[in-house]
Design a binder for this molecule. Structure first.
Ligand code: UD1
Ligand code: UDP
Length: 351
């Protein structure tokens, strides 16, 4: 079976690392890796290939940054050329980025079956570009790998139950697998030059970065927290912060870090504040309370017992969440058993 895996953005490298490791261990499968080039900085792309042992991409389209239409259009053109040349039995796409949409669209128009990992996530907020990408990708895919029962229900409500399979979450597989490696040599993955006790924050969603009011409110809340905050800054956010003169003194901005360093930063943090989808889950898996800097979450399983608090960009809600007690309730199982990638491979082989 020949599979073309299509990735392009940071969280997709992390997800594909886990699935590709399992896929490539099976001699019945030949995987071709296509990188769209959506993310291209060394610390947004290459670092993950290197540290997670992902084979180098067979193709890199190098589309780079651009408006949604320009970026997606360039990807469509490049992906079509590769698919026509490689003639795979199926394509594998991940998550909800423009690379996901372009991969699914190019393949489905060529009648090449599409399998979607992390299908069925819904924020029910169509102002998010990711929501459009998810809805379209799920609708045109042939096999939907749902990470949670909520995702299964969402897909069923859209009439897609027949092609849906609950797999669990490959990001849970990743945390289970790599946490062990970190625990064997914690000093290796520790970030130098940051405070001993800190809150870990990330911000990159369009709703926060492209809305000066929201970003200002988040930093207003940060400045009033009276705690040190470590912020590995996404390049999108860095560009905006470059023109912002007054960053609060308690915010320590660092460059984006590799995945293992990021897991370690999460393990050592008091709490996590983020608008990231992936980091909300990692915080939960690592038993760290998450304060979500968005007005909703797709990962509603994380909300029980205040493990995840939706605060948006409201300073009052952010401050109240950080002032509250840390949760102690057990984490619920809802993301599979850490072997989702194996289930994905099994289903692909039957596809
Ligand atoms: C994209 C995804 C988002 C995902 C995120 C993961 C879409 C619509 N959005 O958002 O769902 O959560 O990736 O991180 O696909 N930039 C650089 N260097 C890079 C990459 C980006 O400088 O290597 C800068 C550019 O100015 C670019 C901006 O970041 O315009 C945004 O990048 P883009 O890939 O369009 O979207 P993300 O915000 O990264
Ligand atoms: N991440 C990382 N280095 C960083 C910031 C995040 O490795 O400096 C990881 C994080 O641990 C998670 C993934 O990137 O696994 C989340 O990606 P991101 O927040 O960019 O996208 P989202 O999940 O919101 O789509």
């Amino acid at each position: 079976m020949k599979i073309v895996t299509i990735v392009g953005a940071r969280p997709q490298f992390i997800k594909a690392a886990t699935v590709s490791r399992i896929i490539r261990a099976n001699p019945a499968v030949h995987e071709i890796l296509l990188h769209t080039g959506q993310h291209y900085d060394e610390n947004m792309s290459e670092i993950f290939f290197r540290e997670l042992g992902i084979p180098l991409p067979d193709y890199n389209l190098e589309v780079g940054s651009g408006s949604h239409a320009v970026q997606t259009g360039l990807m469509l053109k490049g992906i079509e050329e590769v698919l026509l040349k490689e003639k795979p039995d199926c394509t594998l796409v991940y998550g909800d980025t423009n690379s996901t949409l372009a991969g699914a669209l190019a393949a489905s128009k060529l009648h090449i079956p599409v399998a979607h990992v992390e299908a069925g996530l819904r924020s029910f907020n169509r102002a998010m570009p990711e929501e459009i990408n998810r809805i379209v990708t799920d609708r045109i895919s042939d096999l939907l790998f749902a990470p949670t029962r909520t995702a299964v229900i969402n897909l069923s409500q859209e009439g897609l139950a027949d092609i849906t399979c609950f797999t669990g979450d490959v990001m849970y597989d990743s945390v289970v697998y790599y946490k062990e490696r970190i625990l064997q040599n914690p000093a290796k993955y520790k970030t130098a030059g940051i405070p001993e006790k800190y809150l870990l924050a990330t911000i990159h969603r369009a709703e926060n970065t492209d809305n000066p009011g929201n970003l200002k409110n988040i930093f207003l809340a940060f400045s009033s927290l009276n705690q040190e905050i470590v912020l590995p800054v996404h390049p999108r956010t860095r560009k905006i912060l470059q023109t912002s003169p007054d960053l609060p003194g308690n915010v320590h901005i660092i460059d984006p870090v590799g995945y293992l360093q990021m897991l370690k930063l999460t393990m050592d943090a008091t709490r996590v504040l983020t608008d990231s989808g992936g980091l909300q889950k990692e915080a939960y898996f690592l038993r760290k309370q998450c304060i979500t800097l968005r007005s909703e979450t797709e990962w509603i399983e994380t909300l029980h017992d205040h493990w995840n608090i939706i605060a948006g960009s409201d300073p009052g809600k952010i401050e109240a969440a950080v002032a509250g007690d840390l949760p102690t309730a057990p984490i619920q199982e809802g993301f599979g058993n850490g072997k989702s990638a194996g289930i994905i491979l099994e289903k692909l082989l039957l596809f």
